[in-house]
Ligand binder design. Structure first.
Ligand SMILES: [Zn+2]
Length: 97
């Protein structure tokens, strides 16, 4: 996991942090004999915010595109993997653009 300076990472809402804290709290209750509980929601990518150029965390979903390429008389199955970034927070609906 990349570590970014705290002042360069801006999040449009605090849902990620809030849910991670709640999950850790729940894990501590469910696993009381364990220590060092941490939780990190996956599915976030870093992006550049339009207008301000701030680095922001945005929810993202991986998309796999499959197709058959035809070149020089040979057909081969191909696969492209891309990311689709969310425009709104899936938890609170805040704009992430
Ligand atoms: Zn949110």
């Amino acid at each position: 996991m990349l570590a970014w300076p705290a002042n360069s990472e801006m999040v449009m809402c605090d849902c990620k942090t809030k849910y991670e804290e709640e999950i850790v709290k729940s894990a501590k209750e469910q696993l009381p004999d364990s220590t060092d509980h941490t939780a990190e929601l996956q599915g976030y990518v870093l992006g550049i915010q339009k207008g301000t150029n701030d680095i922001v965390q945005r929810q993202a979903m991986q998309v796999v595109i499959k197709y058959t390429a035809h070149r020089k008389g040979v057909s081969r199955p191909k696969k492209l993997v891309q990311i689709v970034m969310a425009s709104f927070c899936m938890f609170c609906g805040a704009s992430l653009k």
